[in-house]
Design a protein around this ligand. Sequence first.
Ligand SMILES: [Zn+2]
Length: 430
Amino acid sequence: MKYLFAILICLSLSAISPAQDASLPQELDSWFSEGVIRLDVIFSGKADETSYALSGVKREQHYSGPHSKLVDPFDYGDHKFVVRDAVSGAPIFSYSYCTLYSEWQTTTEAQSVRRAYPHVLRFPWPKSEVTVEIHDRDKVGEFQKSWSVHIDPASIFCDPGNPLVYETVDLEIHGDASEKVDILFVAEGYTEAEMEKFLKDAERSAGYIFSEEPFKSHREEFNIRAVKSASRDSGTDIPGEGIWKNTVVNSSFYTFGIERYMTTMDFKSVCDVAANAHYDQIYILVNTDKYGGGGIYNHYSISAADNEASRAVVIHEFGHAFGGLADEYFNSSVAYNDFFPLEVEPWNPNLTTLVDFDSKWKDMVGEEIPVPTPGEAKFQELVGVYEGGGYVAKGVFRPMIDCRMHTNDAVFCPVCSKALKKMIAHSTGE
Ligand SMILES: [Zn+2]
């Protein structure tokens, strides 16, 4: 016991020294050892209130993120979590993200109904005790701490078991997980007998991503894997047609009542499947030919494998989930109310409310371009500030008349492309 105590003291002392440096350039080895600690957290509440509760602590094998710059430089997203060394209080890791829960909070239902969504926070296995904080955006868009929990990695209650064990296949590997963007395709609505089809679908879907810039020129910065997570039934839930299937991650069309919006509320099962492999980004591929999908920043992408528009949808949804890109369209029905409040500058790199345009793509707009920019043919190919985006026709502005985040026929605009390239550079440890 005394011996153990001495080791703990040593760990704490060695852990304190890097925190003396205020700029805190974080290296993985300073604070973390092999593996991943996973906190299962329940988000619950209504439109304007949220509570968080810890529901489990697990140990996973595969940490795939960079080994330096562990404090997230982007601070995108509706939430972030911050891991602090419990002794010094120094931030040693952070990660920004969005959730289906925070989208649901903008729906009409959330005004009157309380719901709960499972969420998962993952970070490298800490060498000593840490405090984990969840921060949420306040009314002016700033992150504020809303919850915290103390975690002791030496606790006997860290469960090392993975409840959903499946075989993983390497589809395209270009290097070590810490230096690449690792995309993991998760099979959803494929039976055991349909696994060969899943692998072909996953390969084809990865090919869609690499068929377009900026991914095309950066293909070697990515690793692609696929996990053969078989479902009991083939297909997915289509509540509007009375179709309900027993599938491994419980996906469904008609999210928030919108037919094409296919998601899963069961993120815990998604992470149980994904725990079988290295990943930075989860892509849930659904065995259906019905049009639809979704992409949520640093949460997951999901789409139909077999629809004729699947290529466009795969690239678009990956733009959301990987790049934090917002929808630039404003002419399709959605369930959200005031998704982008007009008095707040959105955190997404490709929209502005002009509250703080200096922080956006101002440096990419030519001097001769009027701001706002009229949606006229002569500006078709030029970066400007075009009104309409983020589901509303007024008050939210986008960078180009057309873009991959606006319609299925366009490619990423220069602003979206630049944001994606920055994300690739960060994920590959540059
Ligand atoms: Zn764009």
